[in-house]
Design a protein around this ligand. Structure first.
Ligand SMILES: C[S@@+](CC[C@H](N)C(=O)[O-])C[C@H]1O[C@@H](n2cnc3c(N)ncnc32)[C@H](O)[C@@H]1O
Length: 207
C-alpha cells in the first residue's frame, strides 16, 4: 500500500541504517515500507495494543523471508541492542514521545537517527529535545487531510545544531505561512503552559 504524504515524509529520513524501529506502529505501514530496501536487515514493529499485534501478525507474518519482527511492548521499555538504527516514533502525543525518548536516547549510537512526529504537546517535546544530547538534522512541516504535522529528524552528530524552541524551517514557504496564521489563532484563544511565550513569538514572526 502506498504511504500517505506524512508517512512518506517520515520515511525519507532513512539513511542506510540496517535496523528499522517503528514504535507505536499501529498499521505498521511505515516499517513495512522498508521491506525491499537491501541495506535494511531487520524491521521491528512495536506496539502495546493486543489488537494491533494480532492484525500485524495476520498482515505481515506470512512470508518466512520477511524482515519483520513484532513486539507487543511500550516504547518506554524497549531495548534496542543494535547499532545502525533508524527509529520512528510518530502519531502519539508529545508526552508519550518524550517518555519513550527518555528510554531510547541513552541507547543511541553515532550512526542512528531518531525521527519523531508528535500530534499534541509539541512545544513541550521541543523544549525537552532542546535540552537533550540530540541535534536536529532537519525539521519539516507537512499538511495532509486538514492537519499540520511537525516532523523532526534527530541524531547525535555534533555537526548539527540544537532544535529551537519554536521552530525555524517549519515557518518557511506557503505551508509555513498558513501554519503561522493557524497557530496564532489557536494560541490566542487558549494560552496554557508555554502558550503565552509562544504567542509572543508568533506575533513577532513575519514569515
Ligand atoms: C495513532 S497510532 C500512530 C500509528 C503510526 N505511528 C502513524 O504515525 O501513523 C498510535 C499508536 O501508538 C501506540 N502506542 C500508544 N502508547 C504507546 C507506547 N507507550 N509505546 C508504543 N506505542 C504506543 C498505540 O497503540 C497506537 O497503535
Amino acid at each position: 500500500m502506498a504511504l500517505s504524504k506524512r508517512l512518506k515524509a517520515l520515511s525519507e529520513y532513512y539513511d542506510h541504517q540496517s535496523i528499522i524501529w517503528d514504535i507505536g506502529c499501529d498499521h505498521g505501514l511505515l516499517g513495512n515500507s522498508f521491506q525491499a530496501i537491501t541495506s535494511v536487515r531487520e524491521i521491528h514493529l512495536v506496539d502495546p495494543s493486543v489488537e494491533v499485534i494480532k492484525s500485524l501478525i495476520d498482515a505481515y507474518i506470512t512470508d518466512p523471508s520477511s524482515k519483520i519482527h513484532i513486539h507487543q511492548q511500550h516504547g518506554q521499555n524497549l531495548k534496542i541492542n543494535h547499532s545502525s538504527n533508524c527509529i520512528f516514533i510518530a502519531g502519539m502525543g508529545g508526552k508519550e514521545i518524550l517518555e519513550i525518548s527518555l528510554n531510547i536516547i541513552p541507547q543511541l549510537t553515532a550512526k542512528d537517527v531518531l525521527i519523531v512526529s508528535p500530534h499534541r504537546k509539541i512545544l513541550e517535546l521541543r523544549a525537552y529535545l532542546k535540552e537533550s544530547i540530540l541535534n536536529l538534522v532537519e525539521e519539516k512541516l507537512i499538511w495532509e487531510d486538514g492537519q499540520y504535522y511537525q516532523i523532526f529528524c534527530l541524531s547525535l552528530d555534533p555537526k548539527y545544531s540544537k532544535i529551537s524552541l519554536y521552530g525555524d524551517d517549519i515557518w518557511k514557504g506557503d505551508t509555513g505561512r498558513k501554519y503561522h496564521s493557524h497557530q496564532l489563532e489557536a494560541f490566542l484563544s487558549h494560552q496554557d503552559g508555554m502558550g503565552k511565550a509562544y504567542t509572543t513569538f508568533l506575533k513577532e514572526l513575519n514569515p
